[in-house]
Design a protein around this ligand. Sequence first.
Ligand code: EPU
Length: 341
Amino acid sequence: MIQTEAISLKEYNTFGIDVKALYSFFCKNEYELKEILKTDFTKKKKVFVLGGGSNVLFTKDTDDILILMQNKGIEIVREDDTNVFIKVAAGEVWDDFVDFCVKNNYGGAENLSLIPGTAGASPVQNIGAYGVEVKDIIFEVEAAEIKSGKKKIFKNRDCKFAYRNSIFKNELKNQYIILNVTYKLSKFPELKLFYGNLREELPSGKNIEIKDVRDAVIRIREDKLPKTENLPNAGSFFKNPVVSQDFFRNLTKKNPELVSFPAEKGKVKLAAGQLIDICGWKGKKENGVGVHDKQALVIVNYGNADGKTVLKFSEKIQKSVFEKFGVKIEREVLVYPDDVI
Ligand code: EPU
């Protein structure tokens, strides 16, 4: 049943923003979802799906129907000599799935350890870290169309994955609710150890195993990224900007210290955290909002800031980076309702 008593969303978003949702629906399984999508009420109103709330900034109360997917299940659906296909319900905590893979020695997800949020959200923004993106291990995505309730399978290619992007954030925004994601893991994993200081964090003098990679990634993340329980935040607030090689060449004449990562042909990806850091924002606080002192890409809600205050603060950062480098940094976090509905 759709709950019609307003609830606070403070507990349901990692920024800890206290807005109210008038209509909410905690969905435990596909059957419940099907029934809800059939009702006239759901057909007339807008629907917004919330996973772990780790990539959203609420700026106002909502009277859209908020669906919180809480379906559970991690199931091996197929395996062969080299691969194992694992179907994971959208409501599963992402890191519980990574832990399952690592404990069973299935490779591919270990670099994505400790990313907050749910499995259902993983394809939407193509989560990534330490040289791996979830698109590398997604086999297919099963979703229900909000309008008709009909289920559809999206193969990896159909999802149009790109850096922190997919079809679910673009053409199909707010049209489908992800039910399950099937991941393809390897029984003979090729470890990806080339990103940043990952190698330095790994034990020396022994064969590196999947578990060592998970442990190293957890150590790096725990050191750099603030825990949402103590310092509410939504991970990287901005995406790393992609610029042309020519632009980059010019930029590095004045700023030779700038790091870069490979991007699509003729382009270069810059580190937004470094740009923000150079602009002097690291550790700065204003009106209860600030930039994390160990990773400038993360905005922290230090007090009880509301969403609008956080948004305004983020816009000041964008402006200062643009003024210094001529680079526009886009939000990674979705602002509700502007970016969502
Ligand atoms: N840097 C600075 N100052 C900072 C932050 C970074 O100089 O305050 C420099 C670092 O020294 C490094 C470079 O920028 O040379 C890149 O930094 P880092 O390895 O920390 O990664 P990132 O590009 O800032 C991205 C992801 C993170 C992910 C890490 C590791 C995005 C938007 N962010 O951050 O993902 O954990 O790489 O792979 O792509 C997230 O999406 O929420 C997230 C945390």
